[in-house]
Design a protein around this ligand. Structure first.
Ligand code: ASP
Ligand code: MG
Length: 417
């Protein structure tokens, strides 16, 4: 049995000198959801500047305005041209940045808003899910040197063909991390509507605890298996460029969760960092092709393959429910036997301590067995055990595993600093 988790390639970064005191602050859509919230964010940015930082703020589009723009496109055309779709949906972030710059001026500070392109975010030419290939931060440095606050429209760049591209949903996180790496920022703060990363989704598990520290690897596994605070790709860029991330609430001054290099305390104190879940997973079973051909075609179709299991001539893989149409079309075009199940969800236990402590898998399986929860597919990595279970068992599985690994105890939070 072989398993893989697919992570994306990295952007190359123009070697900018690290500057002490540079802070990148990213604000998500709910944080800039209306004019008053934009004014609050402006105050927070100005306060960070007043504390002595060179501040670059990356903003998302207001509320769910990106969804509205996508809907608008489909109201006009059943198959919007990807180039034009990017031209359209990149607008939301520009609106937020221009408005925030106005609000900052009213507070008596200097600010300049920049599109991704003006900020030097260069991407490949894949519309809708472009990858950053270079950050040419000259203009940002100049503005910072002139004592300005720089606002950068997230989620977008300019391609090597000079077209506007977008980085995939949630892509402002990746803009922020790539800028933090390129500018040598001390940290990248991700401001959002939750207090940080929890040992499980607090809406489902009221005893869930806020984690103070999570390793990059853990966060990658958690983000890929259902924790929705960060775009997976942003965590990968952070890991590869050693950018410390601080996920925290826009609406409080409390510390949130630090995402950084693994340390001893993560390995010893609490073996498990969290239990994540997804309610809807499509599980595909394919016979009659080789993995190289199959996954090349799926990648081309834009299917976000999560886990892959190969046993004999059969290949199993899972993918998000929203990719089903693309997967179906790709598989139908391949002349293979395939089936798909849509009645499953996935529960994952993630923790760096698993590497050095045997018995985690045994405890997870015993716990689920005792609760009468059947496992359909099990996939592991060195720091993750992921179980596909029936959709209706997902909630119970999360609660049972959270309890079994004592994630409601104070030690589960770990320490930062
Ligand atoms: N506004 C974009 C989205 O909704 C990008 C982002 O928020 O990060 O996906
Ligand atoms: Mg987001």
């Amino acid at each position: 049995m072989t398993t893989t988790t697919e992570f994306e390639a990295l952007p190359a970064l123009e070697g900018a000198e690290p500057r002490l005191g540079t802070l990148v602050m990213k604000f998500g859509g709910t944080s800039v959801g209306d004019p008053d919230k934009i004014k609050d964010v402006a105050r927070r940015i100005v306060a960070a500047r007043a504390a002595g930082n060179r501040v670059v703020a990356v903003l998302s589009a207001m509320g769910d305005s990106t969804d509205s723009l996508v809907r608008l496109a489909y109201d006009v055309s059943p198959r919007p041209k990807p180039r034009e779709l990017d031209m359209l949906i990149s607008v939301g972030e520009r609106i937020s940045c221009a408005l925030a710059a106005m609000a900052i001026h009213d507070l008596g500070a200097e600010a300049i808003s920049l599109t991704g392109s003006q900020a030097g975010i260069v991407t490949d030419t894949v519309h809708g899910r472009a990858k950053i290939v270079d950050v040419r931060a000259r203009r940002i440095h100049e503005a910072l040197d002139q004592d300005r606050i720089v606002l950068v429209a997230g989620f977008q760049g300019v391609s090597t063909d000079f077209d506007i591209t977008t980085l995939g949903r949630g892509g402002s996180d990746t803009t922020a991390v790539a800028l933090a790496a390129a500018l040598g920022a001390e940290a990248c703060e991700i401001y959002t509507d939750v207090e940080g990363v929890y040992t499980a989704d607090p809406r489902l598990v009221p005893e869930a605890r806020k984690l103070h520290a999570v390793s990059y690897e853990e966060m990658l596994e958690m983000a890929a298996s259902g924790a929705r605070v960060l775009q997976v790709r942003s965590v990968e860029v952070a890991r590869n460029h050693h950018v410390k991330l601080h996920v925290r609430s826009t609406f409080s001054a409390e510390d949130g969760t630090w995402i950084r290099e693994e340390d001893e305390r993560m390995l010893e104190k609490a073996l498990i960092s969290g239990v994540t879940h997804t309610r809807e997973e499509m599980l595909y079973r394919v016979e009659g092709t080789d993995p190289a051909r199959l996954f090349a075609i799926l990648a081309e179709a834009g299917v976000n393959v999560d886990t892959i299991v190969r046993t004999g001539s059969e290949i199993l893989f899972s993918a998000p429910a929203e990719d089903h149409e693309s997967a179906r079309d790709a598989l139908d075009g391949l002349d293979v036997d395939w089936t798909a199940r849509d009645d499953l969800g996935k529960v994952s236990v993630v923790g760096a301590g698993m590497k050095s402590h045997p018995g985690v898998a045994a405890r997870a399986f015993e716990t689920l067995a005792a609760a009468g929860i059947e496992l359909e597919v099990v996939i592991t990595s060195p720091i993750k055990i992921a179980c596909h279970v029936r959709g209706e068992d997902v909630e119970r599985a999360v609660l049972e595993l959270h309890r079994a690994f004592q994630l409601d105890a104070p030690e589960a939070e770990r320490q930062h600093a």
